[in-house]
Design a protein. Sequence first.
Length: 494
Amino acid sequence: MRRILILFFLFVSALYSQPKIDSLIIKGVKFTDNLEFGKAELLFNEFIAKNKNLPDGYYFISQIYFWKFLANRDSADYLIYSRFVNIADSLVERGIPGNSAWENFVAGSIHATKAAAFSTYGKNMKAFFETKKAVTYFNEAIELDSNFADPYYGLGIFNYALSFLPPIFKVALDITGLSHSKQKAISFLKKSFGKGIVTKDESGFNLSKIYAEYLGELDSAEYYINIVLHKDSDNILFSYQKALIKVQKKELSSAEEILKNIIKSPGNNFEQTKALSYFLLGEIYFFRNNFNKAITYYDKFFETAKTIDYVGFASLRVALAAKFIGADSLFYENITTTDFGNGKIPEDKFAKSFGAKLLKKGINEGTLNVVKALNYFESGEYSNGLDFCDSIIERTKGQKYLPEIKIIKAAILTEQKKFTASIEILKSVKPLNLLREILTPLKLISLVRDYLFIGKTNLARKYFLKLKNTDLKNFKNKFEAKINYLGRHYFSEE
């Protein structure tokens, strides 16, 4: 979902220096920000009728249909997007009127959108060259008007997105001459958030994502999303971002309320976001160990999903939930479909491999106990979690999955600031038999925090280095922000 949400707002709003803003464009952009696409398109068409040789109106309409395409993957939306963006691009090719900062920004936004489209279809070299053109136009806009903050939005998004490219793309970056920096990305986005005219909301949205998913600073992430939601309360993409933050903060009741409001919202432009809201509600009830209700929401996700993203992972969750409630036929029905998801996203990759293991070896009480204990941790029900872990440890001493239960108990104690007690448990933990991808980094994060807060920084650094060198495999999205937070705040890492 991270990649999808970034694409939605990659290059959202073209901007003008305040005296040159056309009122039709301004009103249309406001409607677009609030996802009122019909009203926005009417205004952009009215602008086109008066300014047929300017790319602005065509670009804004293309953007609407690109958003729709990304939301629902309807090829008809992509065709309309292509038609309008190509018209806009052809008008730019004829020359930028007056070489103004605004028209350079429009040109940059056109090429930025084309870069996102090529990237969506895996045409990476074409995407790189479109990115290069966009960056050139954005820089020219700033050169022409140093007070024009909005072009920094596009530059910020590019710097952030390019910084995640794997090494295999280094040659492409060298060929195109593109550089990137996460620190620059944040600085640029803060500039467009603070002084931008129309990109303020999109800048806030992306800052919220960066603070949540990369920096691990959830309070700051919520600060930015609250500001943009205050202005665009009907934007369900912004609302979904807030729900994700609430789940990360283990404020599940607040997340649940937001998600139910998304599902009830009118309109069908973002049906996949509504489907993902059902998925996240399934996760919330799974974490609460309310397995019947979790299954209900996962089933709604299956019914409404427009893509195969998370289908494998949801199938795994349903299979586990079914085992908890004794529904063996439902377990086998879903454990055999854990490979139906998108093999390119980590959650579905994990579901495929773990589901295959469970199908081959079966699932026993020990595995279910580990899952249930982990749910107590994920939901923030620490008191109940400790009681459950203690009951398992007491009655199954020497059993196969005790190390897993002890790690979860120690993680709960760390959250309760009982650092010495957590360390004592983790000292005696034996090698893991189950869910190493999750429990190994969870154990190391606990040890780093424990030793930091009792003042043993050398030991904390030792375990932090182990943590940094741990292969997070399919759970990089789950742990990376926590690791980055520890590095930046305690170990002088950028």
